[in-house]
Design a protein around this ligand. Structure first.
Ligand code: HEM
Length: 406
């Protein structure tokens, strides 16, 4: 198999032919560039998500390739990451996720609906009189940022700070080439964010508010509560987990629908299909393309041995287009019935924010469908993010005249 390069502009724009090549020829492939195994078939990834021989605990692995002096400087970042549910195994994961789930409930998410609806209207109204709307800058980027800021009791005018910190951490975690500069930015982000959040937490301790921050502070389970370090790490996880994912879900939805005008027309004719359309976008062009694990012992896939200590990626972007699982997988079809995509994960780490991400995506898309008769994207201007985990574009200008797309 020739060396597959996912970091070229062409692969960033469209990684799916490379994924298909792997699926057909080497479904368990060791990538030198990623220094990891890539699982590209649905059945393998699904079982890997459940496999206790594969550990989610990989916080220290991020720094493994860096010089010792840089590693020492990374300590505050690695300390924080080591308390993310995303990066923990049972029993630590079970305990922490149990506590967080007591505050971050479906009811708490549903209670956000009116606020999300008015935010989306407000963000779109600002542009209804102007000629252009950048779906990323004007809607998909600020929306999740303000929503999470609200949940954590951070004033909306400071939400850009959260976004900056979260982006610095995302660049670190998804970097195609991790160097001291990206690492340094991520450490500064964590230190600053923790300092900021400590003040917000203190305010909420003194005067609880009806938000997630106060609920997290109040969580108790059989005498246990979240320690301050766990609380800080949880806030950072929620910020990180809820930003880019949701931003790119909305962006990728607009791109897919602009490229498939007949599907957009169908959606406008039957807006009750919006939730199904969001699921199809998650499958067809997932904002999260891959999730990693580390092998705790040797594991076999298709006659290849993943050795203890090796990194493994479930490449959901590929699995969601596996012809063994989905009929006509490369077809974007909002009426698709069988749609058990893996974009929100599977098993014990299944996305904690799934209901919130879906709700934000649905409300944003419903508002666009209501306002825009057609979607016109300038393909030549699309810049795909240089990140192997997160898939999306840096900006997404739509023509928008007097409330109507042209
Ligand atoms: C809508 C877009 C979203 C996508 C595609 C997405 C994707 C994922 C995936 C694939 C996982 C599994 C990770 C693994 O198995 O290692 C995950 C976990 C997680 N997500 Fe999301 N997510 C989204 C939105 C959100 C939002 C809005 C939040 C919170 C505000 C969030 C918070 C989390 C957390 C805390 C976890 C870790 C759960 C655990 O380890 O038990 N996500 N997400």
């Amino acid at each position: 198999m020739p060396l597959l390069d996912f970091s070229t502009p062409a692969a960033r724009r469209d990684p799916y032919p490379l994924y298909r090549q792997l699926q057909e020829t080497e479904p368990a492939y060791f990538s030198e560039a990623w220094n990891a195994w890539l699982l590209t078939r649905y059945a393998d990834a699904e079982s890997a998500f459940k496999d206790r021989r594969l550990s989610a605990n990989r916080s220290s692995g991020y720094a493994a390739k860096l010089p010792d002096a840089v590693k020492e400087k990374l300590k505050p970042l690695i300390d924080n990451l080591s308390r993310w549910t995303l990066l923990l195994d049972p029993p630590d994961h079970t305990r922490l996720r149990g506590l967080i789930s007591k505050a971050f409930t479906p009811r708490a998410v549903e209670a956000m609906r009116p606020r999300i609806q008015s935010l989306v209207s407000e963000l779109l109204d600002r542009h209804s009189a102007s000629e252009h709307l950048d779906v990323i800058a004007d809607l998909a980027y600020p929306l999740p940022t303000i929503v999470i800021a609200d949940m954590l009791g951070v004033p909306a005018q400071d939400s850009h700070l959260l976004k900056g910190w979260s982006d610095a951490i995302a660049s670190f975690m998804g970097a195609s080439q991790l160097g001291p500069e990206i690492a340094g930015r991520a450490v500064r982000a964590v230190v600053e964010m923790e300092g900021y959040l400590r003040i917000v937490m203190e305010e909420h301790r003194r005067a609880p508010k009806p938000n997630l921050m106060s609920q997290l502070l109040a969580v108790r389970d059989e005498g246990e509560s979240l320690s301050e370090a766990e609380l800080l790490a949880t806030c950072v996880t929620l910020l990180f987990g809820g930003h880019e994912t949701t931003t790119n879900l909305i962006g990728n939805a607009v791109i897919a629908l602009a490229r498939h005008p007949e599907q957009y027309r169908l959606l406008r004719a039957s807006p009750e299909r919006v939730p199904a359309a969001i699921e199809e976008v998650l499958r067809y062009d997932s904002p999260v393309q891959r999730m990693g694990r580390v092998a705790l012992e040797d594991v076999e896939y298709h006659g290849r041995t993943v050795r203890k200590g090796d990194r493994v990626f479930m490449v959901m972007g590929a699995c969601n287009r596996d012809p063994l699982q989905f009929s006509e997988p490369d077809r974007f079809d909002i009426t698709r019935r069988e749609n058990r995509h893996l974009s929100l994960g599977y098993g014990i780490h299944f996305c904690l924010g799934a209901a919130l991400g879906r709700l934000e995506g649905q409300i944003a898309l419903a508002a666009m469908v209501e306002r825009l008769p057609e979607l016109h994207v300038d393909e030549a201007k699309l810049q795909w993010i240089d990140n192997l985990t997160i898939r999306g574009v840096t900006s997404l200008p739509l023509r928008w005249t007097g409330g109507k797309g042209t």
